[in-house]
Design a protein around this ligand. Structure first.
Ligand SMILES: [Zn+2]
Length: 290
């Protein structure tokens, strides 16, 4: 049964504010048949255009993940994608009446609870499983991701290092299982560096940021809430490195594959994560063609 594609058992809904735009959108999650994948439906546009979540519709990976098809976009999908990956959901339709997925609490916890509450059910087709056969590497300066063959599932490790400021070096490694994802990764919230606050304000970004949906790291090592700047209570002592793994899980799921590989990441962000997702996707295509 674990090898069967999955969808949700019943319709569930959630409304909330997008981190970037500050606009409220409503999501409606609906079961989907096998081999239809993860699809956003923009219900605020008359023709209800469909935007599939895949590396082929990826349109931006700076700070957040954006998708676009025929000029219609959806952004900030990464924490929702991580929840779908974590719960092994292959097929789902997500109606959205705007262009940004709500932030929830800045982690994948809300989506994980919501989708677990909907229940998942197996479909009649096997999952699109891919066993990576070759070593893949992407890098940008001192940031890198290596993907290695590994036949026992998906293993992820991450080294977070700001060279002495903001945080002491954090390392974390985890085997991807539904339970590990739900308890160890999903609750980890997004964070930003205090040095980018001014740029965000100037550009008008982050209008939906609240004390409840993100953390701010300061150069002296303190971690505060973003608006009140009062000390933040962490959910894990190494919550930040866990969130970086959450982002990788969501970004790599743009391949729409159940991946067997060992991912070793150092200081990577959405840009490198999606470069790796594209490489994995290409590698899977090669294997199918051989
Ligand atoms: Zn994130």
């Amino acid at each position: 049964m674990n090898n069967q594609q999955r969808t949700i058992s019943r319709i569930v809904e959630y409304s909330g504010v997008g981190l970037f735009t500050g606009e409220e959108t409503k999501l409606r999650f609906k079961p989907s048949p096998a081999n239809t994948g993860i699809n956003f439906i923009r219900t605020d546009i008359a023709s209800h255009p469909k935007v599939p979540a895949s590396v082929e519709t990826l349109s931006g990976s700076k700070r957040l993940i954006s998708l676009e098809k025929n000029g219609v976009g959806v952004k900030s999908i990464e924490h929702l994608m991580a929840a779908l990956a974590g719960l092994g959901i292959d097929n789902i339709e997500i109606e959205i009446n705007g262009n940004e997925v709500p932030a929830g609490d800045g982690s994948s916890l809300l989506f994980t609870h919501l989708l677990k509450g909907a229940g998942t059910k197996p479909l009649e087709k096997p999952k699109n499983t891919f066993y990576l056969q070759e070593e893949l590497k992407v890098s940008d300066g001192d940031a890198s991701i290596i993907a290695l063959p590994y036949n026992k599932g998906l293993s992820l490790s991450y080294i977070l290092d700001f060279n002495g400021s903001f945080l002491n070096r954090q390392c974390f490694e985890i085997e991807m299982t539904e339970n590990n994802f739900s308890t160890q990764i999903a609750p980890a919230r997004t964070f930003g560096l205090s040095t980018i606050i001014e740029e965000y304000k100037k550009q008008g970004w982050g209008r939906g940021v609240t004390d409840e949906n993100s953390l701010i790291l300061h150069e002296d090592g303190t971690i505060t809430k973003p608006i009140s700047m009062t000390p933040a209570k962490l959910r894990f002592p190494n919550e930040c490195v866990r969130h970086k793994i959450l982002d990788i899980i969501g970004d790599i799921y743009l391949t729409n594959l159940t991946l067997h590989a060992r991912i070793v990441a150092t200081k990577s962000g959405h840009f490198l994560n999606t470069c790796m997702a594209e490489k994995i996707f290409e590698s899977s295509k090669k294997q199918v063609n051989n």
